[in-house]
Design a protein around this ligand. Sequence first.
Ligand code: ADP
Ligand code: MG
Length: 241
Amino acid sequence: MLEIAALEKRFGDTQVLRNINLRVAPGELVFVIGPSGSGKSTMLRCCNRLEEPTSGAIMLDGQNITGCGAQALNRMRLQLGMVFQGFHLYPHMNVLKNVMLAQEKALKRPRPEAQARAMAMLEQVGLAHKADAMPSDLSGGQQQRVAIARALALDPKVMLFDEPTSALDPELVGSVLKVMKDLRQAGMTMLVVSHEMGFAREAADRVIFMDAGVVVEEGTPDQIFGAPKMARTQEFLSRVS
Ligand code: ADP
Ligand code: MG
């Protein structure tokens, strides 16, 4: 569904990603771990060209994102739902409007349809009862679930998560992970950067370990967490667990 092929990214003289090759099959949850600065966010941002890859290709459902012009890029970006550490909700709009806005503006969905879709997605993340609330009245975990609903409302083919729970108080993390687990059950294709190793063990199909801009090792959660082969992976896991 999503393929990253020979991706390289340089910022000036600094090479941040080297020959990254990664495929996410339909319905698969691929989990990316690695130390801070290893290039995880840059890799995700290259997927929808928030960062322009230096070379290599990104394919989404058989279409090349890297080659396409501005109009096609805008269409394809809508098919890649992105959830960041910060929630970036519009503070002056209620929850329902936040989930409707991009549907109306970007997909040109008629308002009643956008509203129905927004309510269905809020239902899915357990927040239908907060439709009229303002973002500032919600906990961080609830705001993040609204951000997930907003991304889902655009019917993405793949969801990209960049440390979606890192900004949350510990007691709020579980509610967001549960929504992600439900999504996986529902068959969503997901590429997730996170430090929630327990979640990875439970929910990931594959785990990728990145360090210094390269994929050092990949395998099932049992392989990576139970019997990592590479010294760098062992060292990282011994530090974080
Ligand atoms: P991670 O998400 O794994 O912590 P990042 O992808 O954020 O890593 O960063 C990888 C490296 O790229 C870091 O060394 C960072 O300083 C560098 N980097 C990221 N964005 C930029 C940028 N816009 N300009 C220059 N260097 C950048
Ligand atoms: Mg990052």
